[in-house]
Design a binder for this molecule. Structure first.
Ligand SMILES: Cc1cc2nc3c(=O)[nH]c(=O)nc-3n(C[C@H](O)[C@H](O)[C@H](O)COP(=O)(O)O)c2cc1C
Length: 264
């Protein structure tokens, strides 16, 4: 028989919800201050030591993120060993060189900055959690579609949690850096033995934070009118294939970095 007992004491759980009056801007303004100041840097002050409690404060924020089926399919490895940080950095630097040689035309940043990050957290997930979402598990084409969807739900869930962690770090005064590892088989293989990560677990991202090595700068954001649609998809915001191609060619590098000559 299915156990239908709630996983929490409901009265206690209701008491924990404490929202302001709808429309009161006090908390919104404080939140926006953090959101606006979550800024990426790709080189940190390597001499700074993150107080141990800051890791707890940051991961406490990660813990409260929403997730599909409330599965909470995330694990965070705090890396403090400088030698291990360096080995992970070496992998990303090598990968960056490969991409440059493969002429992917992507303005890849300088990953040597990874080893300078005082805060270094490896974001992991167990992809078997896809089974917690709607899947058929009968090997059919339909099952494949549901599995793909389930995988996306899982990745979105971990991203939501990671974002909470980044915001908490920004709220504590740190600059951050989000580095993707998912989909890079070699990155997985390079990191698993270093961190004793089981075969079933995937490394999705690396989350770096700390005081910046140089003055950080705020990157361009699309104006609100460009992303906001009312009732219907506003065709004025639609980009044709040519528009998109042109954006990638002429604009992408300028919105990723201060200017084309100053790739972080
Ligand atoms: C899902 C995701 C993946 C990212 N992957 C990388 C990455 O692999 N390497 C990197 O240098 N930056 C990465 N970034 C950082 C973005 O380049 C950065 O957030 C963006 O340029 C906007 O700058 P800002 O964070 O200062 O606002 C990633 C960000 C996100 C949200």
């Amino acid at each position: 028989m299915t156990d239908t007992t709630p996983a929490v004491d409901l009265e206690d759980a209701e008491m924990q919800v404490d929202l302001p009056e709808i429309g009161d801007l006090t908390r919104y303004n404080v939140l926006m201050q953090t959101i606006r100041n979550r800024v990426t840097v790709r080189k940190f002050d390597p001499d700074y030591v993150v107080p141990e409690e800051h890791y707890d404060l940051i991961l406490e924020a990660a813990r409260h993120a929403p997730s599909g089926a409330n599965a909470q399919p995330w694990q965070y490895i705090v890396v403090r060993d400088a030698a291990i940080k360096q080995q992970i950095t070496d992998y990303f630097v090598a990968e960056q060189r490969f991409r440059a040689k493969a002429k992917m035309k992507f303005p890849t940043p300088d990953y040597r900055g990874l080893s300078t990050a005082p805060g270094f957290i490896v974001v992991c997930s167990d992809m078997r959690w896809v089974n917690a979402f709607p899947v058929l598990n009968d090997g059919s084409d339909l099952d494949r579609m549901y599995k793909e969807n389930a995988e996306r739900i899982l990745l979105q869930s971990v991203a939501a949690s990671t974002m909470s962690a980044h915001l908490a770090a920004a709220a504590l005064g740190y600059n951050v850096w989000w580095v993707t590892a998912i989909g890079q088989q070699e990155a997985q293989e390079a990191m698993r033995p270093l961190l004793n990560i089981p075969e079933e677990i995937s490394v999705l991202d690396i989350f770096l934070f700390g005081p910046p090595a140089a003055k950080p700068y705020k990157r361009w954001r699309r104006p609100l009118e460009e992303i906001e649609h009312w009732d219907q998809y506003d065709r004025r915001h639609f980009m044709s294939d040519e528009d998109l191609e042109d954006w990638i060619k002429t604009r992408r590098h300028r919105v990723m970095y201060k200017d084309a000559s100053k790739i972080d």
